[in-house]
Design a binder for this molecule. Structure first.
Ligand code: SF4
Length: 369
């Protein structure tokens, strides 16, 4: 054991190997995730060096607006504080007029992206998703639409009796620019059965993501960690993501999402941890950077962490701070605070404080002056 309670020698050897060019394997990733004490900072520093090499010094952000159409959902994922059943007192559903108003607001704010995911409404079918895309397109021919995730694609297709491939083709034709890589949670079926039994299986998530990539629809990649999974499960998840990226190159970025526990059924029933610790959050960011050697962009989520901790992740492997959002309901419903809007001026302050530049980008990481 190292002097600080970890296995310092092993950690240092792994970091030396990775920084001298060897690709970290799953055993290395697991050893790093299990580190503690000052090893945590050494791993973060190594990830920061790799961030500099792969993504440069600029911290990037996107001006986007989030729209969650409804919180009515047929599923009951244990980590979700957002979903409601039809008939519950606090449901909402944006009708066409409200959606058009929100899209016009987004346009007036000068966003380059509209991001939309929602609950799985019992009345939704393929046409529901397509008409939402068409509505956004009608209002804003130029704004990039970042929408849906493999679960929504699977659900819309199933409700209309078509294949997920046909669903994706129709969505692309209707204006979909890229798909959200959410609904990944932890890509280990034993864990999925416990935290989100109604969601697509690991195999289905992977199949739909690859289908999208092969149709020229890029996606993000995510992980939702800190509920009931083990570090071994996190490593299995990262391996799946790295393998897909090797095969398709279709991921734009990797986004670690730390579990917000307060208002979730899993936590209230005593079935999950009260979220990840700060040490683990730093390590997830750093190990994602060190292990996912085929990713340029690792994002930190200010929505999950708040700006102070998100800034620390920007010196622990992350190079991107995500979007302005303007409105957000999913993390807020699970107990997160300050999830609505991040002012670019605050991003600028965070970046200046790290003596790094702040650069606005598009969804697909083209830099905007
Ligand atoms: S995470 Fe998504 S699919 Fe699961 S219950 Fe919440 S809204 Fe529904």
């Amino acid at each position: 054991m190292g002097e600080n309670g970890g296995n310092g020698k092993i950690v240092r050897q792994i970091l030396k190997d990775i920084l001298s060019g060897s690709i970290s394997d799953e055993k290395d990733a697991l050893a790093l995730l299990n580190a503690s004490g000052r090893d945590t900072w050494e791993i973060a520093a190594a990830a920061d060096l790799m961030r500099e090499e792969k993504a440069g010094d600029d911290i990037t952000w996107v001006k986007n607006q989030n729209i969650n159409v409804t919180n009515i959902c047929i599923n009951s994922c244990g980590f979700c504080g957002f979903c409601r059943k039809k008939g519950d007192p606090d449901t909402y559903y944006f009708d066409e007029e409200t959606l058009r108003r929100k899209v016009r607001e987004a346009k007036a704010r000068g966003v380059s992206e509209i991001c939309t995911v929602s609950g799985l409404h019992p009345d939704f079918n393929a046409e529901s998703y397509l008409s939402l895309l068409r509505l956004i397109r009608e209002e804003t021919p130029d704004i990039h639409i970042h929408a849906a995730n493999p679960m929504e694609v699977w659900y819309g297709a199933k409700q209309s009796g078509i294949s997920t491939k046909d669903m994706l083709i129709a969505m692309k034709e209707a204006g979909l620019g890229s798909m959200c890589g959410t609904a990944a949670e932890i890509l280990v079926d034993d864990i999925r059965k416990k935290i989100c039994p109604g969601k697509v299986s690991t195999g289905e998530w992977v199949r739909i993501i690859k289908e999208a990539h092969n149709l020229g629809i890029p996606t993000t990649a995510t992980i939702m960690y800190g509920s009931i999974e083990s570090p071994e499960d996190v490593v299995s998840h990262l391996k799946i993501i790295r393998d897909i990226q090797d095969e398709t190159g279709g991921f734009t970025e990797f986004v670690p999402l730390s579990y917000i526990h307060g208002q979730t059924p899993l936590y209230r029933q005593g079935l999950s941890k009260p979220g990840a610790t700060g040490r683990y959050d730093i390590l997830i960011s750093a190990v994602s950077r060190l292990y996912l050697n085929n990713f340029t962009n690792i994002q930190t989520s200010w929505v999950k962490f708040g700006t102070k901790f998100a800034q620390l992740c920007l010196i622990a492997g992350a190079n991107d701070i995500g979007g302005t959002m303007f409105e957000e309901s999913i993390s807020k419903s699970a107990g997160a605070t300050d999830t609505e809007y991040l002012d670019p001026e605050e991003m600028e302050r965070m970046s200046r404080d790290l003596r790094r530049g702040l650069v606005r980008r598009t969804t697909l990481y083209q830099k905007i002056d």
